[in-house]
Every structure is written in C-alpha cells, then in structure tokens.
Design a protein around this ligand. Structure first.
Ligand SMILES: Nc1ncnc2c1ncn2[C@@H]1O[C@H](COP(=O)(O)OP(=O)(O)OP(=O)(O)O)[C@@H](O)[C@H]1O
Ligand SMILES: [Mg+2]
Length: 226
C-alpha cells in the first residue's frame, strides 16, 4: 500500500501509511485504536482508502470483497461477524461452495477438514450451541479450508484455550500461504519474519520481531504509572 490515508466518520484513522508486505509471516501490533483492524480491512475491500493506493497480489481490493475472496482469507476479531450458517458443517462448506465446488463435494471436503483438526463430531452441531472459543475455531477453519493466498487474522486466538492456540499456530506456520496476523499476545508473534507496530494510525516501527517486541514492551512499560 502506498501513501494510504483513511478516514472513518471524518476522523483520520490511518495517515500516510506506505508498506510492501512481502514476507511470508507478518505480524501487526499496536495499542487499542491504533488502526490495526482498519488497516487489514483495506486489504479485502471492506474499507477503501480516502487517499493513496492498495494492491494485493496485483488486485485492487476496491473491486469488492467478493473479487478478493480467493486472494484474502479474513478471520475477524469477533466470530459473530462471520458466522452465518446454522451448522458447523454448512459454515465450513460455504466458502468451498463460493469457490465453485458442488454442494456434495463442499460437504465432503469440509467434513475431511473437520476430521483433520480433531473436530469430526462438530459437523452437525448448531453453531449457536458452541462456546465463544469454539465459534472462533469454526471461523478460522472456515477460512483456512479455502486456502486463500493471503490469510489475515485479526486477534484470532483471544478466545481460544492454550492447546488449541498451539495447535493452530503450529499449523498456520506449516502452511505455504502468506500470513498477516494482528495479535496482542506478543508470544504468538515471536516466530514471525517481520513485525509492524502501528501507533495513532502511523507506522511507528517495522522490522525484526525480537527488536520490535522489545521496543513495544519498553514503550508500554514506560507508559504505565501505578
Ligand atoms: N466502525 C467504525 N466507525 C468509525 N470509526 C471506527 C470504526 N471502527 C473503528 N473506528 C475508529 O478507527 C480507529 C482505529 O480503530 P481500529 O479498530 O482499526 O483499531 P485497532 O488497532 O484494531 O484496535 P484494537 O486493538 O482495539 O482492536 C479508532 O479510533 C476507532 O475509533
Ligand atoms: Mg482491532
């Protein structure tokens, strides 16, 4: 993205952000309200820049979220923004239907994917009967089953228990696709290639994770007055 400016409700949310996102695993950190979720929403066309340009693998996300579905898989901060189907199997199969699979084929692949992640018995469960963390896992699996070229995760683990988080992190790292992950769980970002630190809608720092995490932790501690 190049010289991107974004206003929401007339207020600047991102100011002069220029980034080339080429590394396989990129983390995005920053305080509440710094603009992280807004920035990633530019990548799949859910938000459009007020000025500047955004391109994802040559595509312009302003063409709309539908056109971007095979390019960018987006896991939202809140699962209730994502889940639309009554059962887990239908939810996981939906994206595959959008990619052109028949109803039958989509269900077979979705079931196999649930099996692979140890959740075979969830297929017929009503989504509303799941706990928050279980819903979040359904959202994650629904996106990953489509194998998008870029996977964007907005605080994906906050509701997940420790074993599930470890399983998913390991699995995410084993995938060939590019990852862009927002997280307040700084430990989850240690294995990444690059971290970007947003502050008040600007890039405050950008680089090697160990250095960025250290700088962010220091700045956070300096701001705490107990
Ligand atoms: N739907 C919205 N309409 C208008 N302004 C919004 C909306 N959502 C967020 N904002 C504003 O945009 C700014 C950045 O918000 P954003 O959600 O991108 O932050 P964030 O870094 O993801 O924060 P968090 O860590 O809390 O998720 C904030 O000032 C916020 O008030
Ligand atoms: Mg956010």
């Amino acid at each position: 993205m190049d010289r991107v400016r974004l206003e929401r409700d007339g207020r600047p949310v991102l100011t002069d952000v220029s980034l080339s996102l080429n590394e396989p695993r990129i983390g995005l950190i920053g305080n509440n309200g710094s603009g992280k979720s807004s920035l990633v929403r530019l990548l799949n066309g859910l938000l459009r820049p007020s000025a500047g340009e955004v391109r994802v693998h040559g595509y312009n996300p302003a063409d709309g979220p539908e056109a971007m579905a095979a390019q960018v898989g987006f896991i939202f901060q809140n699962p209730d923004h994502q889940i639309i189907f009554p059962t887990v199997l239908e939810e996981v199969a939906f994206g595959l239907r959008n990619l052109g699979r028949s109803r039958k084929q989509a269900q077979i692949e979705a079931q196999a994917f649930l099996d692979q992640h140890g959740r075979a018995d969830w297929a017929e469960r009503p989504v509303h009967s799941l706990s928050e963390g279980q819903k979040q896992l359904v959202c994650i699996l629904s996106v990953l089953v489509m194998e998008p070229a870029l996977i964007v995760l907005d605080e994906p683990f906050s509701a997940l228990d420790y074993p599930t988080r470890l399983h998913l992190l390991d699995w995410l790292h084993s995938l060939p696709q590019q990852l862009l992950m927002i997280s307040h769980e700084l430990d989850s970002l240690e294995r990444f290639d690059r971290l970007i630190w947003l502050e008040d809608g600007r890039v405050r720092d950008d680089g090697e994770p160990a250095r960025i995490l250290d700088a962010y932790k220091r700045a956070s501690l300096a701001g705490v007055s107990l």
